[in-house]
Design a protein around this ligand. Structure first.
Ligand code: NAD
Length: 512
């Protein structure tokens, strides 16, 4: 392994053949064997992690249930204090964790650092939130009565996360769930288990130092079968799952079958509308980062550009020349713009999407291809491509998790909005315009149908302060900021009678 990576692994407590736990205690030792984490950067095996078997899973549930009995009684601001300490610990390891995320997932080092910064930010948000879990008070219709609502912890929150944000998405869930008084069991992506293990080590240290039960933060490892143990388990009232729409449909149904709650954060098919009134410098930069950043592996990646016909050719030419300047290679080397895809299956999916869209009539403006030779030994590096394609083409309707940008032309804004909304997904969206009427129309009830709608900003790179998530096949869940915390608590309505009578609601009379 590269020397810097080995040093970061050591700091983060990752070795080869990692037990699936942070604590090193027996309750997480399993008989399910080990699986390896491979880096898409150079194809190296980074380390192996123990998978979770059924018996271990039962032990984890027991630890989590026990911990909940204590944790739910800790006052919320004190729970916030634990999260504050976690944020401080993350500040200390930011560079090492960012580097591991970059090496294990393949995103640039800057983005790896950004992901850890996002974790720190959500810690700060959660600390403040721990004093603001507000309920409403209502005026009772009965004399001498008072009504109000309280928000109580739910119990165990099961977090299933995707490979592309291997640590930030967990923190959006866990930090909020913890101040809400819940305990968490995390099943990270089997493609990025080490970044998760590193986080679990950090949390376990803070729990130990704070003399809090270790079951407040639990980690289980393995593929979808390990995730299924949680989705089918009635002891887990909330499953928060991030990943593909295909996964969300299965998970959503499994949780609904036991009348549990699910919070789904699924695929996007995000578009930017570029109008004739756009600042084209901003539009091109926004589209470029949105389409090729993280090698097109963000749920908010810009996948479609919908461009007004009068500026279409200019946008096309400027994008082509910007793409020609992209440097593809090792994401840890800061001179490179685009890193690898997560694995060779993702490369196959990219090539197959390009072939399919071309077979339907798509025209390659910036050609696709796989890079070979020195520096590309992992076989995971692909060329970001641009394809002129119609919105209704099968592949344009589908999220391919790779840097493929589809270009569409429009005449009127109504036509552009219809095209924009004319896909099954509804995560992030943007309009580039300096015209107030166009911007407001896009943000209106008759405009974008997405959970996120931006003006003069691309589709990717959300801040933690807002609620994050999307509509339609994106799953409808909201995480992170605003009042997303409500999903992690149960609401209780309380009516208190301090009078000497017992009047019934709605004036109903019942006399004996
Ligand atoms: P994926 O669906 O293959 O896997 C995601 C997670 O779900 C993994 O941990 C996996 O093991 C687990 N899983 C899969 N099937 C399961 C099942 N039947 N039961 C329980 N768990 C199961 O997704 P991926 O390839 O890791 O990530 C890419 C996808 O995630 C893209 O579609 C992307 O748009 C989406 N994503 C969405 C958001 C969002 O907030 N909306 C954020 C990040 C990624």
């Amino acid at each position: 392994l590269p020397a810097q990576i080995s040093a970061s692994l050591e700091t983060l407590g990752i070795k080869d053949q990692n037990p699936g736990s942070s604590t090193g205690q027996n309750w997480l030792n399993t008989s399910a064997g080990f699986f390896s984490s491979l880096s898409p950067v150079d194809g190296n095996k980074i380390a192996a992690v123990q998978a979770t078997d059924k018996a271990t899973y039962e032990a984890v549930i027991q630890k989590a249930e026990e911990a909940f009995l204590t944790w739910r009684k800790v006052p919320a601001p004190q729970r916030g204090e634990f999260v504050r300490k976690l944020g401080n610990e993350l500040r200390v390891v930011k560079a090492d964790l960012g580097r591991l995320v970059s090496y294990e997932m393949g995103k640039s080092y800057q983005e790896g650092l950004g992901e850890v910064q996002e974790m720190i930010d959500i810690c700060d948000f959660a600390v403040g939130l721990s004093r603001q879990l507000y309920g409403l008070t209502m005026h009772s219709e009965r004399p001498g009565h008072r009504m109000y609502e309280q928000w109580h912890p739910l119990g165990i929150v099961g977090i299933i996360s995707a490979f592309n944000f291997p640590v930030a998405v967990w923190s959006w869930n866990a930090m909020i769930a913890w101040v809400c008084g819940d305990v968490c069991i995390w099943k990270p992506s089997e493609k990025a288990p080490l970044s998760a293990l590193a986080c679990q080590h950090i949390v376990a240290k803070v729990l130990r130092e704070s003399e809090l039960p270790e079951g407040i933060s639990c980690l289980i490892n393995g593929d979808y079968k390990v995730g299924e143990m949680m989705t089918q388990d009635f002891r887990i009232p909330l499953i928060s799952a991030t990943g593909s729409t295909r996964m969300g449909k299965i998970v959503g149904q499994a949780v609904a079958a036991r009348l549990g709650r699910s919070l789904l954060e699924l695929g996007g098919n995000n578009a930017i509308i570029i109008t004739e009134n756009a600042d084209l410098d901003i539009a091109i930069r926004g589209a470029l980062f949105g389409a090729v950043g993280t090698a097109g592996q963000r749920c908010t990646t810009t996948r479609r550009l919908i461009v007004q016909e009068s500026v279409y050719d200019t946008v096309k030419e400027r994008l082509k020349s910007a793409y020609a300047k992209l440097v593809i290679g090792d994401p840890l080397d800061e001179k490179n713009h685009v890193g690898p895809l997560i694995d060779q299956d993702a490369v196959k999916a990219y090539l197959s999407a390009v072939e399919k869209v071309k077979a339907q009539g798509g025209k390659e403006l910036v050609p696709a291809g796989v890079l070979t030779g020195p520096g590309y030994e992992s076989g995971c590096y692909v060329k970001p491509c641009i394809i002129e394609a119609e919105n209704h083409f099968e592949m344009v309707q589908h999220e391919t998790f790779a840097p493929i940008l589809y270009l569409n032309k429009y005449r009127t804004l109504d036509e552009a909005i219809a095209m924009h909304n004319g896909v099954p997904q509804g995560l992030s969206s943007a309009i580039m315009t300096l015209n107030m009427r166009e911007a407001e129309a896009f943000l209106s009830a008759a405009g974008s149908d997405c959970g996120i709608a931006n003006v003069n900003i691309g589709t990717s790179g959300a801040e933690i302060g807002g609620a994050f998530g999307g509509e339609k096949e994106t799953g409808g869940g909201r995480e992170s900021g605003s009042d997303s915390w409500k999903a992690y608590m149960r609401r209780q309505t309380n009516t208190i009678n301090y009078s000497t009578a017992l009047p019934l609601a709605q004036g109903i009379r019942f006399e004996i």
